[in-house]
Design a protein around this ligand. Structure first.
Ligand code: TYM
Length: 332
């Protein structure tokens, strides 16, 4: 069976981008627990300025939201990264496999470094090694597929390179994984700035739909989405009309259908925005309701995470032990 691994970083409230780009694919997989692993990657949240209490709160919230979105603990393993030591154990070996140059070329590293420097903040060393820890997350489980949004494609490519390099040098320890992206909405854009990704850690929430936003808030954000002048009707053109293309992508992702085809059904932006707002509200309604129920019983979420960590550890341990031996370390 194909083994799947993916993760979400608790640096902010989860967004529609996270859901359409990644989480929805996770929920759609019908797997056995050992073959579908989903992780709240809390160690990754420490790579930028962070507030300890907030990271803890967001980790719990992310896990609750993933269950509310439909992850079923009987069909997948849901756990928290820091609960399984194998991730950091393996990350060190992969740091001894990766080069400084290839890590400095990562787009997200360059963007986040520029942002930190502009804000006068230091850049944490862990920001540079971030993709190595991510590679360890994936390789520790021998994952075949990594369902992610477009922005993570480069990191998964690096993971492949590291796996191949390690295997060639020290023997066949790792499965070489591949990224799987959704057909539409692999990159949901910010509603206020449709040339940037809708990202959970952005400052301005007006262009971001959070999964727990109230229906009226979702509506307001969608109705105020930035578009162009609208001359010539509604057409799907990502380069020339990124705001409208984004709305059509979201609509297509919520209702099915092709964005180009959907564009033909509209002459003006007003009705398009109303339909997008309705579709997103309906998509998120069951998730919000289930989240409220689960949040009332935090003990249940904790039980799921504890059981998940136990299962994850049992899977990762032998792979990481094999890597330790292959690279030349003496068995304890
Ligand atoms: P993160 O937490 O930023 O995002 C979680 C998932 O959501 C996708 N995503 C989007 N998809 C479409 N449009 C958007 N606007 C959008 N924003 C986010 C991301 O592509 C991702 O799939 N580095 C990862 C976390 C990670 C990971 C891993 C993922 C750590 N280890 C191992 C997979 C495998 C991250 O920061 O995702």
């Amino acid at each position: 069976m194909t083994r799947i691994f993916s993760g979400v970083k608790p640096t902010g409230h989860l967004t529609l981008g996270n859901y359409l780009g990644a989480v929805r694919q996770w929920v759609a997989t019908d797997q056995k627990p050992d073959d579908a692993l989903f992780c709240v990657v809390d160690l990754h949240a420490l790579t930028v300025e962070h507030d300890p209490a907030r990271v803890r709160r967001l980790s719990r919230q992310a896990a609750t939201l993933l269950l509310a979105a439909g992850l079923d603990p009987d069909r997948c393993t849901l756990f928290v990264q820091s609960h399984v030591d194998e991730h950091t154990r393996l990350a060190y070996l992969l740091e001894c496999t990766a080069t400084d140059g290839e890590l400095r070329r990562m787009i997200q590293y360059r963007e986040k470094t520029a942002r930190a420097q502009a804000a006068g903040e230091g850049v944490r060393l862990s920001l540079l090694t971030y993709p190595v820890l991510m590679a360890a997350d994936i390789l520790a489980y021998g994952a075949d597929e990594v369902p992610v949004g477009e922005d993570q494609r480069q990191h998964v490519e690096l993971t492949r390179d590291l796996a191949v390099r390690f295997n060639q040098r020290y023997g066949p320890v790792f499965t070489v994984p591949k990224a799987t992206l959704p057909a539409v909405a692999a990159r949901v854009m910010d509603l206020q700035d449709p040339t940037s990704k809708m990202g959970k850690s952005h400052e301005n929430g007006a262009g971001i739909v959070y999964l727990l936003d109230e229906p009226e808030v979702v509506r307001r954000k969608v109705m105020r989405a930035v578009t162009d002048s609208g001359e010539g009707g509604v057409v799907y053109d990502r380069a020339a009309r990124p705001g409208v293309a984004n709305l059509l992508d979201i609509l297509a992702a919520c209702t099915g259908g092709e964005p180009e085809e959907l564009a033909r059904g509209y002459e003006q932006y007003g009705p398009l925005k109303r339909d997008v707002a309705d579709a997103v509200v309906e998509l998120l309604r069951p998730l919000r309701e289930r989240h409220a129920e689960l949040a009332a019983d935090p003990g249940e979420v904790e039980r799921v995470l504890r059981a998940g960590a136990g299962r994850a550890r049992a899977l990762a341990r032998p792979v990481v032990d094999r890597a330790y031996e292959a690279i030349g370390l003496l068995a304890p």
